[in-house]
Design a binder for this molecule. Structure first.
Ligand code: NDP
Length: 313
């Protein structure tokens, strides 16, 4: 039986609707959550991401402002900008779009963001809150992975979960969230021995690697839930055909555009998995939805309100 497709676009839209309702309720109390986005220089991919984030703010009713220092901005200039945003009460969230230019000390800039406004959840204070199960701001993509599992009624407690990837942005926080939700978690990386064998233990397999279609059917226990975080651009025809042989519709789009977006999981896995997230339309849409959620959460926490750890249910 083919896997159930977990529709990330629908789940993200549900969350955005819930956030919009929350923003409307806050407006009635005279509060409007605000997000400041800092985009340094002219990285085309970053410009697209930032446009999506600003548009999402407009849709849910969050105030937003965009700061665009030039490519030549120095670390101290960026620190001054962040400190100014830290001081402004109407700004609840500060997002410094990565990557920063090579001459900038990214870690210092990110460390300067007030943890209470750190809507990306990257500040060590928020990492510490997550690891000790205290309320804080959780990184958006990992929080989105949990929302997909919860809203799809996938059991987590007591299940074997395997996370491939140990980055600070995705792998580690996903592993932490699954641990906090009482899964039995194994974290894999490039030095893991017998990766397919370890992955086959998983009831929940999360791939956050950055390698197109690396996870083939031999990595997956029949019936497992597979969450594909990977976003890889494939523009090489033989590589495309390794992944999508026989998919005439997708090949037509590939030939027209010259590339396609591919996850870390090979499409053949849909034949063995119980449930799977597609790429595109799986984890991707959750990232911006959870950024909106985090901005509202920051606005509430800064004003002393309790908020649930997740957007819904
Ligand atoms: P990183 O490059 O920071 O981390 C990749 C991880 O995968 C590392 O831990 C690395 O191991 C591991 N890895 C690499 N090759 C192998 C291998 N052959 N076998 C086992 N493990 C391996 O990437 P990110 O965590 O930032 O991103 C991962 C993917 O998720 C990317 O495709 C990225 O584009 C995507 N992404 C998607 C988002 C979304 O919104 N959907 C948001 C953020 C990321 P080691 O530590 O040993 O080097």
């Amino acid at each position: 039986m083919p896997a159930t497709i977990l529709d990330g676009t629908k789940i993200a839209n549900d969350i955005r609707g819930e956030v919009a309702a929350e923003v409307a309720a806050m407006a009635a109390a005279g509060v409007r959550p605000g997000l400041a986005v800092v985009l340094v220089g002219h990285n085309p991919a970053s410009e697209i991401y930032v446009r999506g984030k600003v548009k999402a703010c407009e849709e849910v009713g969050v105030y937003s402002e965009k700061h665009t220092p030039s490519e030549a901005a120095t670390t101290s200039e960026l620190l001054r900008l962040v400190e100014d945003l830290n001081r402004r009460d109407e700004i609840d969230g500060i997002l410094v779009q990565l990557p920063l230019p090579a001459h900038v000390d990214s870690k210092t800039v990110l460390m300067a963001v007030d943890p209470a406004k750190d809507v990306d959840g990257f500040h060590p204070v928020n990492v510490g809150f997550l690891s000790t199960q205290r309320p804080g701001l959780v990184p958006c993509t990992p929080a989105g992975v949990m929302e997909i599992l919860k809203r799809s009624n996938i059991a987590i407690a007591g299940q074997e979960a395997v996370v491939i990837g140990r980055s600070d942005i995705v792998g580690k926080p996903v592993a932490m969230l699954l641990t906090n939700a009482n899964a039995t978690v194994t974290v894999c990386h490039s030095k893991t021995h017998d990766l397919p064998g370890v992955c086959r233990r998983a009831d929940i397999l999360v791939a956050a690697i950055g390698r197109a279609g690396m996870i083939t059917r031999e990595f997956v226990k029949p019936g497992a839930t597979v969450i594909d975080v990977g976003m890889n651009k494939v523009s090489d025809l033989p590589e495309f055909q390794r992944l999508f042989a026989g998919n005439a519709k997708r090949e037509e789009t590939f030939r027209a555009r010259g590339s396609t977006l591919v996850g870390d999981v090979h499409p053949e896995v849909a034949e063995v998995a119980g449930a799977i997230t597609p790429v595109p339309g799986g984890v991707g849409p959750l990232t911006i939805a959870m950024l909106m959620f985090n901005t509202v959460k920051a606005a509430k926490m800064r004003r002393g309100s309790n908020v649930p750890e997740f957007a819904g249910k």
